[in-house]
Design a protein around this ligand. Structure first.
Ligand SMILES: *Cc1c(COP(=O)(O)O)cnc(C)c1O
Length: 467
């Protein structure tokens, strides 16, 4: 079984990494061992050229419709990035202004997410939503344990309730921190976590419920008010007061701008904390996430560590110690640069492109939409049942790949696991123009597949990193 991180390197171990001789000086090595550190230094130009050449083998980010993560920022952001590349977020002593800007950023988010009093909310930047989600989860766990101890109850195995369509970071959280995951299966009748039957999952060891704003499989929002109503009923019957954490990795940067009247955030009293990926629809390069608690009282003091800060000390709550500070400054740059109206315009444009694409794809007889991109600008479709046995969406994915497009196909979770869907994530940069090209290429691929007399050979199914 392939259960470790050991990638097979034997085949290429003897093949050197080579620089084009045009870029090396006479006498300088142009071949480097692949898995050993070179014995001697080389010129910066040579090392640069090699790394740059290797980078070219990566895909073209603009045609990557699989990822949620930002791949473009403007020239001023690029300049700032370069100027801030050395900043270490943990060094609050050295970089007090970066720390102050971090506080500004999460207070802005607390306000955007309708915290009753943003200045008494608390939050932090993280390396991404995974760390942010884990911090949110750890606060739930610690609050539950403190509650149980105060009530004189035994602290048994904590459990966390969530949809089986959660992003992998929640499976990790439960695994790493020894929490029993209680997955509510997705079904045709209940395609998202909607509070249905929730009471049967809750007990005195439930630390919280996760609601996802923008399920990665389909882009759908989970109805937070319905989940909260189900938990209100649990409380009135059992006295158990179960908090909600919102996984808003994508949606927490979409809903405030595109669905301002939707109650999903701190307007719902049961919502204790919210995470968001700054590097998704927060429009920053990878390496930044955020988590905010409605009120400082919801983050147990026993989880907070203090680091030195201008002779005093600064509270921190994080899994990492050192991490880049530049992304925090880039997030603030985007807040200033775009403002509410700028973010709204960017997100609206993504949504317009998503609904344009989904309407075109939904209109093709070969496909049936699973979602339309009207929540977050992400949508998924299936092959219309009965259309063909000759090809499936994995074949289509492979065909699109030949046109440069990365459009993953994958099965839905558990109960719906026999259903294969294909998904497009519309990010800033996927213009109407590119979208029109994509539709043209998609039609061409489908015509080709439909023209086959017999079944396509089984597709090579790669591990789809669709999360
Ligand atoms: C992307 C995503 C995550 C993980 O976020 P990272 O920033 O990549 O760590 C968690 N939950 C949801 C719903 C996501 O879409």
């Amino acid at each position: 079984m392939h259960h470790h991180l050991n990638v097979d390197r034997r085949d290429v171990a003897g093949v050197p990494v080579s620089a084009n001789p045009v870029f090396t000086r006479p006498g300088e090595a142009s071949d480097f061992p692949r898995f050993e550190m070179p014995a001697q230094p080389s010129l910066p130009e040579t090392a640069y050229q090699i790394v740059r050449d290797e980078m070219m083998l990566d895909g073209n980010a603009r045609q990557n419709l699989a990822t949620f993560v930002g791949t473009w920022m403007d020239d001023h952001a690029n300049r700032l990035y370069l100027e801030a590349a050395d900043k270490n977020m943990i060094d609050k002593d050295e970089y007090p202004q970066t720390a102050a800007i971090e506080t500004r950023c999460w207070t802005i988010l607390a306000d955007l997410w309708n915290a009753p009093d943003p200045t008494s909310a608390i939050g932090t930047s993280t390396i991404g939503s995974s760390e942010a989600a884990m911090l949110g989860g750890l606060a739930l766990k610690r609050r539950w344990a403190e509650r149980r101890k105060a009530d004189g109850g035994t602290v048994g195995t904590p459990n966390l309730i969530m949809s089986s369509a959660v992003q992998v970071c929640w499976e990790k959280f439960c695994n790493y921190f020894e929490i029993e995951p209680r997955y509510v299966p997705v079904t045709e009748e209940h395609p998202v976590l909607d509070g249905h039957d929730l009471a049967s999952y809750v007990d005195e060891n439930t630390i919280g419920v996760v609601a996802i704003m923008g399920v990665t499989y389909t882009g759908a929002y989970e109805p937070v008010t319905e989940i909260a109503a189900a938990l209100d009923e649990v409380q009135s019957k059992t006295g158990l007061d179960i908090p909600i954490h919102i996984d808003g990795a994508s949606g927490a940067a979409i809903a405030p701008f595109l669905q301002p009247d939707l109650d999903w955030d701190f307007r719902v009293p049961r919502v204790a904390s919210i995470n968001m990926s700054g590097h998704k629809y927060g429009l920053v390069y990878p390496g930044i996430g955020w988590v905010v608690w409605r009120d400082a009282a919801l983050l147990p003091e026993s989880l907070v560590f203090r680091v030195s800060y201008l002779g005093g000390n600064m509270p921190t709550f994080a899994l990492n110690f050192s991490r880049p500070g530049a992304q925090v400054l880039l997030q603030y740059y985007q807040f200033l640069r775009l403002g509410f109206e700028g973010y709204r315009a960017v997100q609206q444009n993504c949504q317009d492109v998503a609904t344009y694409l989904s309407s075109k794809i939904g209109a093709m007889k070969q496909f049936t939409l699973r979602s339309a991109g009207t929540d977050i600008p992400v949508f998924a479709w299936q092959l219309t049942p009965g259309h063909t046995d000759n090809w499936n969406l994995y074949h289509l994915s492979a065909q699109l790949r030949e046109h440069g497009w990365l459009v993953p196909a994958y099965p839905l979770p558990d109960n719906l696991g026999d259903q294969i869907v294909q998904r497009i994530v519309v990010r800033n940069g996927l213009s109407h123009d590119l979208a029109a090209n994509l539709i043209r290429d998609l039609r061409e691929c489908v015509e080709y597949l439909d023209s086959l007399d017999g079944p396509m050979p089984a597709p090579r199914v790669t591990d789809a990193f669709h999360h």
